[in-house]
Design a protein around this ligand. Structure first.
Ligand code: HEC
Length: 93
């Protein structure tokens, strides 16, 4: 098959999104692959951005319990953030 690799950057491996194996991964795959490819999650984002995105997805109709929301958000904001030093400027948690 012809991979859609034209403008998606170079990070995504051939098999799709490289979600690190960690608690919450299964939940993310279940909840976030219903409407679109999980490849959409390949791009790393800040925890704030993930929070906004997951809320946005709920707005789009994604169904999840509060607990699942938290699991997904924890996973994404732990494992799918840019590999930089954590933001230091923000006051506390
Ligand atoms: C009910 C369907 C649905 C589910 C479930 C869903 N999404 Fe989406 N998602 C969409 C739609 C529709 C778009 C395109 C929205 C747009 O472009 O306005 C989208 C787009 C996105 C984008 C691209 C946003 C951007 O601005 O580039 C990301 C990232 C994303 N979804 C993440 C997730 C995550 C994480 C989950 C699981 C928590 C999830 N989605 C579950 C419907 C869904």
């Amino acid at each position: 098959m012809i991979a859609a690799g034209l403008s998606l950057g170079t990070l995504a491996p051939a098999h799709g999104t490289d979600l690190p194996d960690a608690p919450g991964r299964q939940q993310v795959i279940e909840s976030c692959s219903q409407c679109h490819s999980i490849d959409l999650l390949a791009q790393r984002r800040s925890a704030d951005d993930w929070s906004q995105i997951v809320s946005q997805m709920v707005g789009q109709g994604a169904k999840m319990t509060d607990e699942q929301f938290q699991t997904i958000l924890d996973y994404l904001s732990t494992h799918m953030t840019p590999a930089k030093t954590p933001p230091a400027g923000k006051a506390g948690q």
